[in-house]
Design a protein around this ligand. Structure first.
Ligand code: ADQ
Length: 453
């Protein structure tokens, strides 16, 4: 059996203690088999570390390289998170494109390819992850790699009209065609990609979504990522008996809790969510004093200007809402900007009557699945889910909302708070089946089966 080599921007070595909020780290971390090699950035900046440092943990080999400050600023802060991330989340108003940053992005992809190649065996299967590394496969091919190389995009793909706004959109699209398999979470994202190759590269995909470009057959698939629900449910149940959950319960004095947990990112729709909560209190005053919303927004990408602006916006918004509605013994929104441990998060999800997952766009969104996994079968909470999260394709029994419509979200929170137990159980049971079925192993095996074929 060939060895699996995972390539991602940031490598998560299990010895790193602090909790990390990030879907890719969480999802890949739980599906890793012994024997795998995981290659990527160490998270360190400096001039050393140009050849990979090797660490072994639990049978997995981690090979990491460092970035210089210039590379970090151009590749990571600049092009990846200042241009590609907003573009692929439909935020053209946030698209900050600079040609030298794109050059830096290509440079780091070439550097990664050059550092990885000497570590490869001939029959390795190489699986590259996410938007930071779109050109890595092409760079490897140009250095002579003849391996099966696949790529998975963890965030949405956009239709041609949007990709067209990115000055280097077509070269990036061509880079994706250097892979044998290109995977997405949903059929919508996959179709958007196929529409782009048809529009810009003049190819006509076959019915199975494969096409030939530059002499190579590229296959595409939608492969929704999942969580280890069994494990997460067990953590939630244990955590519910622990000290932190006791503290949060005591602090609620029997009031209902609504929870949101996200990286502090404009794609997650946090200002819209707070406005919806404001609408709830305005239009359904019976909930004043009877519900608290806990929003845990882990700070993320703090070097990117847009994220600093968002943080200021949220500080103001929470202050405004809390100022207007608080009583001396009740605060509507509890807002924290750090990551919680998985254990605390799981326990808090379980206590929460409502899970509010309302991104403006999201590749998948694992929080939605974690919230479902954490519920107790005897008294499950209600998931409110944005129709623009990839997860909405699967989690049909959630209350599906348009996050841009604060009234609709407020009405959904009201519906969740007043929903009778039998309906909550029925919806949750259906969601449970879906979430339990989509394991990380299924995600990995589905992708690798196509890559091997
Ligand atoms: P993210 O944008 O990071 O992932 P998501 O899928 O929700 O989004 O994953 C976040 C993970 O971090 C979850 O496991 C969650 O529990 C954890 N997390 C979030 N906030 C936290 C907090 N405050 N404290 C601790 N942990 C927190 C990207 C894409 C998604 C896609 C994933 C996986 O944007 O659409 O689902 O990759 O492919």
């Amino acid at each position: 059996m060939s060895r699996l080599v995972i390539v991602s921007n940031r490598v998560q070595i299990p010895s790193e203690k602090s909790p990390r909020a990030g879907g890719l780290a969480v999802a890949l971390g739980s599906g890793l088999k012994p024997g795998t090699l995981w290659f990527g950035w160490s998270g360190k900046r400096g001039t050393g570390g140009r050849t990979p440092s090797i660490h072994e943990a639990q049978g997995v080999t981690y090979a990491t390289v460092d970035l210089t400050d210039k590379e970090y600023n151009e590749f990571y802060v600049g092009f990846s998170n200042g241009a590609l991330w907003p573009l692929l989340h439909y935020r053209l108003d946030f698209l900050d494109f600079l040609r030298h940053e794109y050059d830096g992005y290509r440079g780091v992809n070439a550097y990664f390819a050059g550092a990885l190649l000497p570590l490869l065996n001939d029959d390795d299967l190489v699986w590259v992850h996410d938007y930071q590394l779109i050109p890595a496969g092409l760079e490897m091919r140009q250095l002579g790699a003849r391996h099966r190389i696949g790529f998975f995009l963890h965030i949405p793909f956009v239709p041609p009209e949007i990709l067209d706004a990115l000055p280097c959109g077509v070269p990036l699209l061509k880079s994706l065609c250097a892979y044998d398999v290109v995977g997405f979470h949903t059929e919508d994202h996959r179709h958007a990609f196929l529409a782009c190759v048809s529009a810009f590269l003049d190819v006509s995909p076959d019915e199975d979504g494969s096409f030939v470009y530059d002499g190579r057959r590229v296959r595409t698939l939608s492969d929704p990522i999942g969580i280890d629900a069994e494990e997460f449910a067990a953590i939630a149940a244990r955590s519910a008996r622990g000290a932190e959950v006791k503290r949060i319960r005591e602090s609620l004095f029997s009031r209902a809790l609504a929870i949101g947990a996200d990286r502090l990112d404009y794609s997650k729709g946090l200002p819209n969510r707070f406005r919806a909560f404001d609408q709830l209190l305005e239009r359904f005053p019976e909930h004043r004093g009877n519900i608290s919303m806990l929003q845990v927004a882990a700070r993320s990408r703090e070097d990117v200007d847009r994220y600093q602006q968002l943080r200021r916006t949220l500080d103001r918004l929470v202050g405004d809402i809390n100022g207007r509605y608080s009583e001396f013994d009740w605060v509507p929104i509890r807002y924290m900007t750090r990551a919680l441990s998985r254990k605390s998060l799981a326990g808090f999800y379980r206590v929460a009557r409502v899970g509010v997952v309302t991104p403006l766009r999201d590749g998948m969104n694992l929080v939605a699945k974690e919230y479902v996994a954490a519920q107790s079968s005897a008294d499950p909470g209600v998931l409110i889910l944005s129709r623009f999260a990839g997860a909405a394709d699967q989690l049909r029994e959630a209350l599906i909302v348009n996050p841009f419509d604060a009234d609709e979200v407020a009405e959904a929170i009201n519906q969740a708070l007043t929903m009778e137990l039998p309906e909550r159980k029925e919806r949750w049971q259906a969601l449970r089946e879906t979430v339990w079925a989509g394991t990380p192993t299924l995600f990995t095996d589905t992708f690798l089966d196509m890559l091997r074929a």
